[in-house]
Write a protein that binds this ligand. Structure first.
Ligand code: MG
Length: 242
């Protein structure tokens, strides 16, 4: 069913075939419906330090490291780079506000999809820019027996973060697979860019407020309106890419 998308991907990245072995999942906005909390805590933390970011901009910057996002805003609003101390203070404030938000619910359809992937003998890998300890701890509570610690890429592993392909390249390395042996599942434009730049077939799930076109322009090879919808199509995807 997704033959056309598969053909386009192979042509674009110069591969002859795909052999699906692992799915690399982003976390925020994919496994947890946590982006409203992130957008809230970013807008309020920045505001306390005289930086201004709208909720939609927070969604556009999703996936960037905290320091990277703060510096972009500092350049725009202050006309200079943020100091290391400013980055630390603002990010700490953001983390504190985030930790006081109501616990983000699991994304509907996420656990079902993870169980299907695992049952098919395909390796689930986590690739997140997040360093929020509460969320990472919750991951194993919410999705028991899915992710192994050695198959998780977090902000502690990466230097550049998304949209750099680095986090997904590390994910491939940890899973021991080539780019044409994986799929990426992402909700954010910068995450889609990162997956695509790592030469991996990248599936966008539009779980937030941005227009679909933003994700398609970022390089998504396939787009679904929700994790439930992706889950419903999983068997066809697996059969196309195995
Ligand atoms: Mg995300």
């Amino acid at each position: 069913m997704f033959e056309e998308e598969r053909r386009k991907y192979l042509q674009k990245h110069g591969f002859e075939a795909m052999r699906l072995k692992a799915v690399l999942f982003d976390m925020d906005g994919v496994l947890f419906d946590s982006m409203p909390n992130h957008a809230y805590s970013w807008t309020h933390a920045m505001g306390r330090f005289g930086l201004h970011i709208t909720s939609e901009e927070a969604y556009m910057h999703e996936g960037r490291t905290g320091g990277g996002t703060i510096n972009l805003l500092a350049r725009r609003d202050w006309g200079r780079d943020a100091t290391e101390e400013e980055k630390r203070m603002i990010y700490q404030t953001k983390s504190e506000l985030f930790s006081r938000c109501p616990e983000a619910p699991q994304m509907p359809g996420a656990y079902e999809l993870l169980k299907k992937v695992k049952a098919d003998g395909i390796i689930p890998v986590l690739v997140t820019g997040s360093g929020q300890l509460t969320l990472l701890e919750r991951l194993n509570r919410s999705f028991p027996d899915i992710f192994h610690k050695e198959l998780m890429v977090t902000s502690f592993d990466v230097k550049y973060g998304k949209p750099n392909p680095e986090p997904y390249l590390i994910g491939l390395q940890k899973a021991g697979i080539a780019p044409n042996e994986g799929l990426v599942v992402e909700n954010a434009p910068l995450g889609v860019q990162a997956g695509s730049a790592a030469n991996i077939f990248t599936i966008a799930v539009n779980t937030g407020p941005l227009p679909d076109q933003v994700l398609l322009d970022a390089g998504a090879d396939l787009l679904f309106p929700s994790m439930n919808s992706l889950c419903e199509h999983w068997d066809e995807i697996r059969d196309t890419f195995l």
